[in-house]
Ligand binder design. Sequence first.
Ligand SMILES: Cc1ncc(COP(=O)(O)O)c(C=O)c1O
Length: 442
Amino acid sequence: MTGFESFVSEALAKQGNSNLLRVSNEFEQVSATKLVFDGKSYINFSSNDYLGLATDFDITEFTKWISDGQSLAKPAVSSGAMASPLVTGNSQHHKQLINDLLKAIDAPSSFSGILFGSGFSANQGVLNALFKDKSKEQFVYQDKLNHASLLDAGTKLQAAGHLVQKRFKHNDVKHLSQLIKPDPSLNQLVVTESVFSMDGDKSPIKDLSALARQVGSLFMVDDAHGFGLSALAKGVTDIDLNDVDIYLVTFGKALGAQGAALFARRSIIDFLTNFSKEYIYSTHLSPIQCETVRFNLSKLVAAKSEQFSEQGLEGNEQIKPKSCCLQLANNIAYFRKIATENDLPLLPSDTAIQPIMIGDAQTTIEVANDLKARGFWVSAIRPPTVKKGQSRLRVTIASKHTLSEINELVVVLNSALQKRLLNLGLENSIKRTSETVSLNHE
Ligand SMILES: Cc1ncc(COP(=O)(O)O)c(C=O)c1O
């Protein structure tokens, strides 16, 4: 065996022995709430199509939208950008998408935007560019639970001697204040997610922003799992962008498409245009994809404005579940209510991401398999995605789930957990509490 042959087979064997082996399933059909695999139908509680925009995408309606002139794609929209953005890949489609998004997020007038092929490359692109030089003392401060694209960039830049990366305790502004340097002359960046992808809880954006501003640090928010979802926000984000220096929207979640955009003051966007290798040396997002995102965004914006004009009120007390955002909020509240009544081990999340804490990887897989046998598809999340001992099922709630699907999920979850515990004689190993579970993220 060559060096790599034994490295590869040992790594795979190790994954298998630790119940951590991943496979990429090929589904016959997938929507926000249903999927078909190997000829069998499942209720899908693993999709990030939170608002059903990908599920509802209708190619005939899209084509009509284009030909009716609601897009810039006249007379035709090409399938590919045909070049990287600084060559000939950038177009009116890209510019219009950025403008639509700037309006939808109610960005300060000083803001401009830049598109990337994915959120992963946008996150790496920001960090790699901002910290490209080794010449100054520079620091990145990341929430411990930030996405792999952010943490991985910081770790590699640190190893290469470009920066010092400090990971503050999850959502702990006080801990960050102990780490960050009160010296505006340093290059410092604080980065958080708005809604954490594996825990579903929200970050204290106002407080993190105030601290970053106080010490002269830049503040970046990755809004991959928050964008579009707030039932109470009038616009598509409930983040005040005056609090944020660099703001990431990904198109693969609520927008039901693919790609990402970063928004920041024009000087930062100009800087990324000049120095982000992920932007410069990659074929630009395709025009058809830009138009797809614009199409779905227009639906989201219309749903929001209908929601507020029809209800005519700001609070949520009397709002009927009409728009997709309100329907989602209703479904989340309903899931949490019945899951709490059934004593399921929830985390303190009021977002579409509702993890069920289990603990060890093997039990998590077994519970997920029990659910599959009963027709429910819920992802098992294991290390290294989460810390060892914190494996979980990641239930994602969508606006399109019916209350009876949610009800049935809780019933099967409850009995699958019960069965595992009885089989293992470990009634107390999974925390079952009517209070939400609190995790030690130190
Ligand atoms: C918080 C967060 N940021 C960034 C990304 C990467 O975005 P994309 O899927 O567009 O690469 C993800 C995707 O899972 C994510 O959850």
